[in-house]
Design a protein around this ligand. Sequence first.
Ligand SMILES: [Zn+2]
Length: 336
Amino acid sequence: MRFKGNDELSEQAYIYTLRFYYGSKVLWLMEVENLETCYFCQSKNIALTPYQRTIQYDGKKYQFARCQNCTGYSLLPRLTEKQVSRLYSSDYVGANENQHSTSDKEYEAKFTDLANYLASHRGTLGKTFLDYGCGANPASFKIARKNELMPHGMELTPDVRTIAQQNTGIKLLSREEIIHGDELFDVIFLGDVLEHLVDPISELKYLTNNLTVEGVLIAQGPLQGANTLTHGIVGLYSWLTHNRSTTYPPYHVSLATLRSMEELLTECNLKISFKIIYEVDWPVPSFAELLFDLTPRNMILFIAKQVDKIFAQLFRDYGTRYFVVCKKLNMIEAKS
Ligand SMILES: [Zn+2]
């Protein structure tokens, strides 16, 4: 007799199935529902959503579940460690580097908020800066130096660390060196990182231990779960064509909303002390791209995005990108 367990996705919920075999005959089958929890708040109150496209990856079906508690989306089943390191080998970084060269301005623009924040707090943030998940040629290093902070970087795989060292002259640290080491940093920056993590709670809790008592953790990234007009249209289209799936690899394993980010940070003993929410073109075509490819789909998305941009000007928390600065919760409480 043998048994085998595997993850399965039903229409309604995430299910783990245990099958007990006698030879090739299934003797007994047990289904355990919702073993998984929300990536942001650990709530079990999650349900698969037809409004996000199903992903076919590595011979398996992956789907997003929406959390009723924090409104964030988590990809289920969770990717394994092996899959994650395969996703972030130098192939991924290489592909991104090529993107940089075609849109340098866009890449640099991603660091505007960081540059502004560090410049306006120059001399008050301490001495050391860590870009956690910095990539092969981080723009943040220059910004940190300009603002009197000593830059450090972390990348997951050795091949990317080697390329980064060649590009910057700085030896990057591995995840283990940071998390198991006792080095503390005054500023930790997570630029477009959290949406790639299969366990952001544990990772942030570990990282908070590497933050000095008065240190700041700065995070930025997409709010792909935000309720915007563009997201509504894309969601509706996914629902209408829910039998289709994408084969684009699941680089983003969670889709955040502002509320889910706040829950995640609170869970990790962090509190937002400064935030900016705004709208960007991505992933909708810009005006120049629209003229080049004038399809009804592109036109609808372009118009929806322009409406979203107006809303983002009118409402402070409306938008699909965030930039937040956090402090340790105990620190804030002790001061008040
Ligand atoms: Zn949640």
